[in-house]
Design a protein around this ligand. Sequence first.
Ligand code: IPE
Ligand code: IPE
Ligand code: MG
Length: 249
Amino acid sequence: MSKPLVSTVPTHVAIIMDGNGRWAAMRGLPRTMGHRKGVEAVREAVRTAGDLGIPYLTLYAFSSENWSRPQDEVSDLMGLLKVFIRRDLAELHRSNVRIRVIGDRVNLRGDILPLLLEAEETTAANTGTTLCIAFNYGARDEITRAVRALAQDVADGRVTPDDITPAAISRRLDTADIPDPDLVLRTSGEERLSNFLLWQAAYAELIFVPEFWPDFDSAVFQRALDIYARRERRFGGVAAPASRAVGGA
Ligand code: IPE
Ligand code: IPE
Ligand code: MG
């Protein structure tokens, strides 16, 4: 008998959208075509999360290390984010999606930051899925900014070193009001975190699927969720009695 599905829908799914370039290369197309097709996969992923009642969906859209890509590609990715917000914001708002952006906002191009702020403000009161866009995001950068802010608090006498607890650090991260991810999913077969949510994913289930991001659809999403539902999460404890029973006795 297969194990009962104890944990069903995760509260927070975080996705490393990877493989746009390889998707394009396989078809003899420029990488940018992969990114373009990837935007369609983003739309479907957000729809699916809404349909399944997933409260939080985080998408890794641009890392703090992605600036090292050729300038053309960086411009292309920036352009696609702008087009996505401009074209999709109204529809996302109608669908009750709440948008959040994590990542460093300092030094963002002048035409991007206002759009991100507009997306957050417009949708702030929505009660459906929270779509958290990780843009210019890197976990080491995020943690460094948090540590710097705490050091400043100590220097200014607002807190003492003893006040620096894991909870205090969490509150200083970009994700302060967002629950830790239950599932970190990466497409394209690569099995690494690439500086994504290193603190928050401490107890996340990791699932790697072979599909390139442009081929990520609701069926692939559902398959990953089925794998997740069969995982046993322990958080350093021991297995729950029901799932420890062998042979159903
Ligand atoms: C993911 O696809 C998109 C971003 C990182 C923004 P890639 O561009 O990394 O595609 P591959 O990994 O080179 O195939
Ligand atoms: C991670 O993918 C970043 C995003 C999905 C935005 P990368 O393609 O940049 O990661 P590496 O370089 O393969 O580790
Ligand atoms: Mg990649």
